[in-house]
Ligand binder design. Structure first.
Ligand code: SF4
Length: 692
């Protein structure tokens, strides 16, 4: 009802990588409600988070003033209750807080590391990485992609020369077969899932592969509930059949790819009959899936963190890439590779250079010419050509005494890192920690200086979704108290670090980004005021290219590569002491570490309590009723959580969502890393279950 609100502002949803456009209805500088509008990724649709999850921005816990740790504060720890903040911190002016924040980093070179945020704009991500590189001379800057799709990006860069999707998820409307593996889009990318359901309604064949049954399996022609960690054996067996039965696209392979002979030879060692014993899927099913996908006119592959978060995450993605290449399912309508991105701006933050091995547009820091192009624009000296440390490596470096000062913007490693007690101990050990956030997060508990920032709906900037669509987020309401936009805080800090930044608006930052980012060619701030643009855009009239690489890949001679992958076991196995497999993940109503959604009234009302899911037979065998409390224990730690019954969870598995601080899943998870993508093994741990 138009009488309900006094103005409306169009923006982009604050939550997931689908990037739904919405209209925020505002009265008295408060968001009353949100409605979907006709964005390229959502066509008026919103899920429960976009529709009802906005009121965290008005929560009384919002940080309103800069805070500095008191000299007489209790020892650092996860011990700051919302009503006892002033026991630990004192309010400060912006000038004082920025001076203290900058002085704790200034002149410390390699002792400083930074975590930027995929919840900020492209411009804010760009400024963050620029500050670390220009200000401290090295590349110790990373963000949540390291815990999300780092292994997928490593495999994509290696084999097709680009880390972004080759086709938008909407291209599924032109496909006749789609594989969705290690992803639960109905909960985690709900609006994208609506397109997947529509695809099946018009006869498309959906092949779902997941150790845990998901709601999408109701729409699937094939459901492969394989054993956790057995992805490579299953995918290699499918490709073995494609080779054995000659189902591959010889013409495409010859024209567009390298390494086919080695791949064919490698796959001989993975017959379905043998691999079935490892992955738990019948040979006949593996053969049928191979034929269905290879025979399709147009096939797509979507994947999520069930694929990426393993010590063999890069190998999992290598297999998916090879499967698409050998069947010629890349670069045409209805074909493509699409790792479904998590955060609303994880694609954009990665493109903007929040990565220790890449400058913006995934240009390697090791390349002298690339660094020079940036330092010419920045009018600054060269910085290190060494790849920086990644998220988990930075925490290890804190323990080793090599990193002593950190700047953390909008990330919450005290909840999100694997083996999180190790990360919490590292945060407590730092000499100096600056946290910039909207709430007193678990990580802010350990800060020396807290800089209160504007939430997504309180600031303006560009954002890039999973589809490579660049869109403009617009400030709808004012930040509370003295909270400021992240880019403003970054500029003020940089001035105090002596970097001479003079930006007065995000559009100036965007203009600078365009100088060294070809992905933004033909995309201007003015254009984005009117419309979203999918990169690459070939002219100022081109809305952008939903499908790329039809005529070659950004690799030598335009050819993609197939990299064989061998079976690497998980970093630990269940045994008598820890007999179950722990899988962690998300659920529809909550977002990542819970700092936003647990303060969103409707979402918190729907899912108010930490829970874990197990098969009813397993619960019965343990003498546990649904609703009882159980204790989960791994080699790293232990949590108490309410048990739920779920037939979709395999009998020897436990599924634990990670949004709840009172039962933080990452107390349990293993920090073992994929050697290529440096991503931790969140998706496999050995766990004991007891009645609590
Ligand atoms: Fe927001 Fe993602 Fe839901 Fe769209 S699908 S409304 S972007 S959370």
């Amino acid at each position: 009802d138009s009488k309900d609100f006094d103005r409306e502002v169009e923006s982009v949803c604050a939550y997931c990588g689908v990037g739904c456009q919405l209209s925020l209805k505002i009265k008295d500088d408060k968001v009353l409600y949100a409605e979907g509008i006709d964005g390229p990724a959502n066509e008026n649709r919103l899920c429960v988070k976009g529709r009802f999850g906005f009121d965290y921005i008005h929560h009384p816990h919002r940080l309103r003033k800069p805070l500095i740790r008191r000299d007489d504060a209790p020892p650092k720890g996860l011990n700051v209750e919302p009503d006892q903040i002033h026991t630990h911190f004192r309010e400060a002016t912006w000038d004082e807080a920025l001076d203290v924040a900058a002085n704790g980093m200034k002149g410390r070179g390699r002792e400083v590391a930074g975590f930027g945020s995929a919840k900020c704009s492209n411009e804010e991500a760009y400024l963050f990485q620029k500050m670390i590189r220009q200000g401290f001379g090295h590349n110790n800057v990373d963000h949540c992609t390291r815990l999300c799709h780092a292994s997928s990006v490593a495999a994509l860069m290696e084999n097709i020369g680009s880390g972004a999707v080759t086709a938008t998820f909407n291209e599924i409307e032109n496909a006749d077969v789609a594989i969705i593996i290690g992803a639960n889009p109905i909960e985690n990318h709900p609006v994208a899932a609506t397109y997947f359901k529509q695809f099946t309604k018009r006869g498309g064949k959906l092949i779902v592969m997941d150790p845990r049954g998901t709601a999408l399996m109701r729409y699937a022609s094939h459901m492969l509930q394989f054993k956790p960690g057995a992805d490579v054996s299953m995918l290699n067996a499918i490709m073995h059949v494609i080779v054995e039965e000659g189902l591959y696209d010889r013409q495409y392979i010859e024209a567009m790819t390298d390494n086919w002979d080695a791949m064919k030879e490698h796959l001989k060692g993975f017959p379905p009959e043998e691999m079935s014993k490892i992955c738990g899927i019948e040979p006949d099913v593996l053969r049928d899936v191979a034929r269905t996908f290879a025979d399709a006119q147009a096939g797509m592959i979507f994947w999520g963190m069930g694929v990426s978060q393993h010590i063999h995450g890069t190998d999992n993605s290598r297999c998916l890439i090879s499967l698409a290449l050998m069947t010629g399912h890349v670069g045409r309508p209805g074909t493509g590779l699409h790792p479904l991105r998590g955060q609303n701006n994880v694609q954009g933050a990665s493109d903007a250079g929040l990565i220790p091995m890449f400058l913006p547009d995934m240009q390697p820091v090791t390349d002298d010419g690339v660094r020079k192009a940036f330092t010419d624009v920045w009018e600054s000296e060269d910085f290190s050509s060494e790849k920086g440390l990644t998220v988990v490596e930075i925490m290890d470096a804190v323990h080793a005494g090599d990193i002593k000062s950190m700047y953390i913007l909008g990330e919450n490693p005290a909840m999100s890192d694997p083996d999180v007690d190790h990360a919490r101990d590292a945060l407590a050990k730092l000499d100096h920690l600056v946290v910039q956030d909207i709430f007193m997060t678990e990580t802010a508990n350990y800060a020396d200086v807290i800089l209160p920032s504007a939430a997504w709906y309180e600031k303006s900037g560009t954002v890039t979704n999973t589809n490579r669509q660049v869109q403009l987020g617009r400030a709808a309401v004012s930040p509370p108290g003295e909270a400021k936009e992240d880019w403003w805080i970054e500029v003020e800090l940089a001035k105090r670090l002596g970097l001479g930044w003079t930006y007065t608006d995000p559009s100036e930052v965007f203009a600078e980004m365009k100088l060294n980012m070809k992905s933004f060619d033909n995309i201007t701030w003015d254009r984005l005021q009117k419309t979203a643009v999918t990169y690459p855009s070939l002219s100022e009239d081109d809305p952008g290219q939903p499908i790329v690489f039809g005529d070659g890949f950004p690799r030598p001679e335009g050819r993609a590569k197939m990299t064989p992958a061998s079976v690497i076991p998980p970093a630990e196995f269940p045994d008598e002491e820890y007999p179950f497999v722990l899988i962690t993940g998300r659920q529809l109503e909550h977002w990542h570490t819970g700092s936003m959604t647990r303060r969103a009234s409707v979402l918190d009302a729907v899912e108010p309590e930490a829970n874990c899911s197990m098969h009813p037979k397993t619960l019965r065998a343990l003498g546990v009723e649904p609703g009882d409390y159980i204790r989960l224990t791994t080699r790293r730690g232990s949590v108490r959580v309410m048990a739920r019954s779920d037939r979709a969870v395999a009998e020897d598995n436990v599924f634990l969502p990670f949004a709840y601080v009172e039962a933080a899943a990452n107390i349990l998870t293993n920090s073992a890393l994929d050697p290529y993508g440096k991503i931790p093994e969140f998706k496999f741990g050995a766990v004991r279950v007891e009645k609590a």
